[in-house]
Design a protein around this ligand. Structure first.
Ligand code: SF4
Length: 434
């Protein structure tokens, strides 16, 4: 991948025109300025719904607690599955022993909640500032509770992570705890809604692929085994560290686009089927009908979205697969596709499918990017919540990228729902126009 220093769009475009047309070596504007993204704590909002007997204890400040509450919306649970242990002024000033305080909070929590089977201590900016070592705290607490529940630690701090990287850090913390196996297994890696997991399991079974595990699983006791005969398929594009850790345990990644839209889902299953020695005829027999139905279901959204210009600010790392789906299956015109980080290997299959006219950027320099966005006058802007309101006030139609992570969007059956997430705001704005 060629790199372009942080220059204006016109100069970057001039560079694009004279570079290699092969998609994976296409140029990318690299930016290292101020960025507007959530921190990795946000991942707790979808992770706690997925692993139903886990608990996420953020060791942080009132700001962290507010972020979680507002990102999660107002939720009333009889027994919540996340909370914040507030680091107060005494801890920050070093007057209180933060480790002792933490042990006290965790002990109380575990006594009160015997249903918790997996406890994540989640680091934040304040816990990093006072250098509270949560990995050591997890070891200490595991010894104290004889690993029931198992205590793990990862960082969701804004110093270290952007919002989907919190999931990567969480899953990476799970990898060393996965049971070992020499059996041939397939692992789907990345948080999926239960409904999507159920559908995917049905397709794998119809293809004749057995021993399929999902990371993360619904329950702590169902961790998928891993070993030298494990092949894994990424279901999310933001899992660089988890992938590395799985490979350290002997697993091999199956290269594939991501299962978004009809084309991505078909290619994702085809890649798994090829790797598992399933014939092309059998694969097509299983996938042809759901793919055709899903294609048909996109017609309404396509009528709204075709030829509309879309601009992506970097936020979730889902931007490139989303852009590929919106341009190839719904006829949208890509202007800039920004991503916080670009994992060249994991995204290689996506990049070959992305139209060459799409302008790619990695990282952020928010003011410059806002200028480029205004110059493009896109019909829709995909961005974080912090940018959405000001852009709406300027007359842009926006889509919060966080919704794309919360909503079940993978697979054939969800392709139309995913398309509708983009079509609805445009229809709403059209209806409001007199
Ligand atoms: Fe803010 Fe850091 Fe807490 Fe995230 S972890 S809410 S960035 S203080």
């Amino acid at each position: 991948m060629n790199e372009i220093s942080d220059i204006g769009r016109s100069a970057a475009l001039a560079n694009i025109a004279c570079t290699n047309a092969v998609a994976v070596s296409r140029p990318i504007l690299k930016q290292r300025g101020q960025r507007e993204v959530f921190c990795g704590l946000t991942g707790i909002v979808w992770l706690h719904r997925r692993i139903q007997d886990a608990f996420f204890l953020v060791v942080g400040s009132r700001t962290c607690a507010h972020l979680l509450q507002s990102a999660a919306g107002v939720m009333i649970f009889a027994e919540p599955r996340f909370a914040t242990a507030i680091i107060d002024e005494r801890d920050l000033a070093g007057i209180a022993d933060a480790n002792e305080e933490l042990d006290r909070v965790v002990t109380r929590l575990i006594e009160r909640r015997p249903d918790i089977k997996l406890l994540f201590l989640v680091g934040s900016c304040p816990s990093e500032v006072i250098k509270l070592d949560l990995s050591r705290a997890a070891i200490r607490l595991n010894n104290r509770f004889a690993a029931t529940p198992r205590v793990l630690a990862y960082s969701g701090s804004g110093i270290e992570t952007t919002f989907t990287e919190g999931e990567d850090a969480c899953l990476a913390s799970l990898v060393p705890t996965l049971p070992a196996t020499d059996t041939t297994t397939l692992m789907v890696v990345g948080t999926l809604a239960e409904i999507v997991e159920d559908q995917f399991r049905r397709y794998f079974a119809a293809l004749g692929i057995e021993n399929v595990g999902f990371l993360p699983p619904r329950r702590a006791a169902d961790m998928p085994p891993v070993g030298p005969n494990t092949k894994y398929l990424l279901a999310q594009p933001f899992l660089a560290n988890t992938a590395l850790d799985l490979e350290r345990r002997g697993a091999t990644r199956i290269p594939a686009p991501f299962p978004l839209g009809v084309e991505g889902t078909t290619a994702w299953f085809e890649a798994a089927a090829r790797e598992c020695g399933i014939s092309a005829a059998k694969t097509s027999e299983v996938l042809a009908a759901p793919a055709a139905r899903a294609k048909e279901s996109l017609a309404q959204a396509r009528a709204t979205l075709a030829n509309k210009k879309i601009f992506f600010f970097p936020d979730s790392q889902l931007e490139i697969p989303m852009a590929r789906f919106l341009s190839r299956e719904l006829g949208m015109v890509l202007t800039e596709v920004g991503t916080p980080f670009l994992h060249r290997d994991h995204l290689a299959e996506e990049l070959t499918l992305l139209p060459e006219t799409a302008f790619l950027s990695e990282g952020q320099d928010v003011d410059r990017q806002l200028d480029r966005c205004r110059a493009e006058k896109p019909d829709m802007v995909v961005c974080g919540m912090g940018l959405a309101n000001p852009l709406e006030a300027e007359g842009f139609t926006t889509k919060w990228s966080i919704e794309l992570v919360f909503t079940p969007v993978q697979g054939f059956e969800q392709a139309a729902d995913l398309a509708e997430l983009f079509a609805r705001p445009l229809r709403r704005r059209a209806a409001l126009k007199v």
